[in-house]
Design a protein around this ligand. Structure first.
Ligand code: MEV
Length: 324
């Protein structure tokens, strides 16, 4: 048996359908080529060790018998609970050291927590000879996210497992890989870190107070997702951009946009983008835009002028994989 393995998984960007996807509507998500890496080594003693300097966890160590209990630092949570869930499910109790490293900042909202969870589950699955299939990897990783966050659709977990562009429904009820080679996305980071769970709670509260209105918004978003899927297949960026604008209007109605995001989006549109929207929970993180090729530099400069940072990503990205 190998005693050491390195696995990587991609980050993600939500294209269409955030928030509605939590309530059983479909969304479209793309994996991005910025990856998370995890190395898992088998040790001789009875400890769990973690070294994750990107999230300020260095040389963290605890007995296996205490996995998931006591003070768990924020940056260690997803990895530790993933190991706990995996060991419980497959009756394992082996000492391991995990080291993680990311191509991207955990501030961007690219799904670093879910990508690291998927890396750990895949690494353990290969290290212990279980060779789990995609849906099994998804299920354990999604359970881990729910154990920690209490809510979430799991679209980010699916992007990390499957890569590429996916049509996804809550909890992995439907995970449909779409054959889209690449998208000419412009990504602007707002510099504001979004609190995904707080935003999901905020939308839930709005829905409790106005159930009819919010369900109508979700239905409209579902219609946009359907049309966007058709346009994606035809590389029809202009139509897709228009659909992004409509999706953004509905996200504004859900109350999850913020002035910084609104300003970045207006600037991108004024500079000639076909469309732009926030990506993810809202409240910060990134915007995604589509623009004609000859306007891309102008759109990027307009976003920068509003205080955004351009993050160059490519899509059509490969799934979770063993590195060596
Ligand atoms: C957050 O990035 C996207 C949400 O739809 C939550 C989720 O799907 O888990 C708001």
């Amino acid at each position: 048996m190998n005693k050491r393995i390195t696995v990587s998984a991609p980050g993600k960007l939500m294209l269409f359908g955030e928030h509605a996807v939590v309530y059983n509507h479909p969304c479209l998500v793309t994996a991005v080529d910025e990856r998370m890496y995890a190395t898992v080594e088998i040790l001789e003693d009875k400890n769990f060790e973690l070294h994750a300097p990107d999230v300020k966890v260095t040389d963290y160590k605890k007995p296996l018998s205490e996995l998931g209990s006591g003070e768990v630092p924020k940056g260690a949570k997803f990895v530790e609970i993933a190991v706990k869930n995996f060991f419980e499910k497959y009756s394992l109790n082996t000492s391991i050291r995990v080291s993680t490293k990311s191509d991207f900042s955990s501030e961007f909202g690219f799904g670093s927590s879910s990508a690291s969870t998927v890396c750990i589950v895949k690494a353990l699955s290969e290290l212990f000879g279980l060779h789990l299939g995609d849906k099994e990897l998804f299920d354990i990783s999604y359970k881990t996210v729910l154990d920690i966050q209490g809510k979430g659709s799991g679209f980010d977990v699916a992007a990390a497992v499957y890569g590429g562009v996916l049509r996804f429904v809550t909890g992995g009820k439907e995970i449909e890989p779409l054959n889209i080679p690449s998208l000419p996305l412009i990504v602007g980071y707002s510099g504001v870190k979004a609190d995904t769970v707080a935003l999901m709670n905020q939308v839930k509260e709005l829905s409790n107070n106005n159930p009819g209105m919010v369900e109508e918004i979700y239905q409209e978003i579902e219609g946009i997702v359907r049309k966007a899927r058709e346009s994606l297949g035809k590389n029809d960026w202009q139509t897709l951009g228009g659909l992004m604008n409509k999706n953004q209007e509905l996200l504004v109605k859900l109350g999850v946009s913020i002035p910084k995001i609104d300003n970045m989006i207006s600037a991108a549109l004024s500079a000639g983008a076909y469309g732009a929207k926030l990506s993810g929970a809202g409240g910060g993180d990134c915007i995604v835009c589509l623009a004609p090729e000859e306007k891309q530099t102008m759109v990027e400069n307009a976003i920068i002028k509003e205080g955004g940072t351009i993050i160059h990503v490519s899509t059509g990205t490969r799934r979770v994989r063993t590195e060596k």
